[in-house]
Design a protein around this ligand. Structure first.
Ligand SMILES: NC(=O)c1ccc[n+]([C@@H]2O[C@H](COP(=O)([O-])OP(=O)(O)OC[C@H]3O[C@@H](n4cnc5c(N)ncnc54)[C@H](OP(=O)(O)O)[C@@H]3O)[C@@H](O)[C@H]2O)c1
Length: 301
């Protein structure tokens, strides 16, 4: 089978499509044929060797996101031919999804949304679970105020829509003027590129996707969650009774099932920026590295 692998760290030129052995299906595992995946910042950092400690050994198959078809459901209820989505925590397990065939534990899978194609569905797992798990940690009630920093990005754009569907009042900090339109049309009341436009201590919670550390914006007694691991910890705000975290995404088939329902209900719109073939993987990474994306870069098998 084909797999996208790296044998050394570096730029997009280290990515290669190789012939790899089919993975072995253990107890509790499901064998899936990959239809599409997408590129996430962690794939870029792993390829570069920027993660450091904890990176799986070389050579490694990259990839976290997966949308595909069940080949063998093992002991699970899944039947051959079912459409599924999954997030593989590639950094901790070494099980990359950028391969024709992937084996993952059944508890990391969920039915794919019916309302979208598998290419669109491949944009959901990692960013969607990150958005969902971080919003769950922030634990806001309808009517409370949330600021999302990076609200037009992959995680931020899904968090914005989920928060809006939960009845939260959401404001958006984005990187470019052209992204304010996306934020407004997907539920943001205020969408700005100017952090000085944010009212001090006025948000019950902040969801920070890029290490903005707009800590003055959160109200005393509020919550501040970052997902920008590489930007370091959130400053200590305990003197203001603000709880802080740098949230780390976890494999979570139940969470994926919740996301699938939101997509099928029309509450969550998925965005594909472009779709590349397997052999265009280097070009796909080059485009990804340029940033400024509205929508995700997908790779089809
Ligand atoms: N901790 C975890 O478990 C976890 C999980 C998922 C992702 N992450 C990390 O979270 C980050 C976001 O992931 P993602 O997939 O959402 O990436 P993304 O799609 O690139 O989104 C990041 C967004 O932040 C914007 N941004 C960057 N700098 C900004 C600035 N100074 N002011 C305003 N906006 C700014 C970007 O705009 P431009 O594109 O215009 O620069 C982009 O829209 C990445 O660092 C990723 O590695 C962590």
């Amino acid at each position: 089978m084909r797999a996208i692998r790296i044998a050394r760290f570096g730029g997009p030129e280290v990515l290669g499509v190789v012939d790899a052995p089919q993975p072995e299906q253990g107890a509790g595992d499901v064998l899936i044929r990959t239809v599409a995946t997408s590129i996430n910042p962690v794939d870029d950092k792993t390829r570069e060797g920027a993660i450091g400690k904890g990176t799986p050994p070389l050579p490694m198959t990259l990839g976290w996101d997966l949308a595909g078809i069940v080949v063998d459901g093992g002991s699970s209820d899944l039947r051959p031919g079912e459409r599924v989505i999954a997030m593989s925590h590639q950094l901790s397990t070494g099980r990359g999804t950028w391969a024709d065939l992937v084996v993952l534990p059944a508890h990391a899978l969920a039915p794919a949304p019916q309302a979208v194609s598998l290419v669109e569905a491949a944009t959901l797992p990692l960013p969607g679970l990150t958005a969902l798990q971080t919003l769950d940690w922030l634990s806001l009630s309808a009517g409370e105020r949330l600021l999302i920093a990076g609200a037009a990005g992959a995680v931020g754009g899904l968090a914005l829509q989920i928060a809006h569907a939960r009845g939260l009042q959401v404001d958006a900090l984005v990187s470019r003027d052209e992204h304010t339109r996306f934020a407004r049309t997907h539920g943001a009341e205020l969408a700005t590129t100017d952090r000085n436009a944010l009212q001090d201590r006025s948000y019950d919670a902040v969801f920070d996707t890029f290490g903005a550390f707009v800590t003055e914006a959160v109200a005393d007694g509020g919550r501040y969650a970052s997902i920008a691991t590489q930007a370091g910890p959130v400053p200590d705000l305990s003197s203001r009774d603000v709880r802080t975290t740098v949230n780390q995404v976890r494999e979570d088939g139940i969470g994926l099932g919740r996301l699938t329902k939101l997509v099928d209900r029309g509450s969550l719109r998925l965005r594909v920026h472009s779709a590349y073939g397997l052999h265009e993987i280097r070009t796909a990474h080059e485009r990804f590295a340029q940033g400024g994306l509205e929508g995700k870069i997908t790779v089809t098998f």
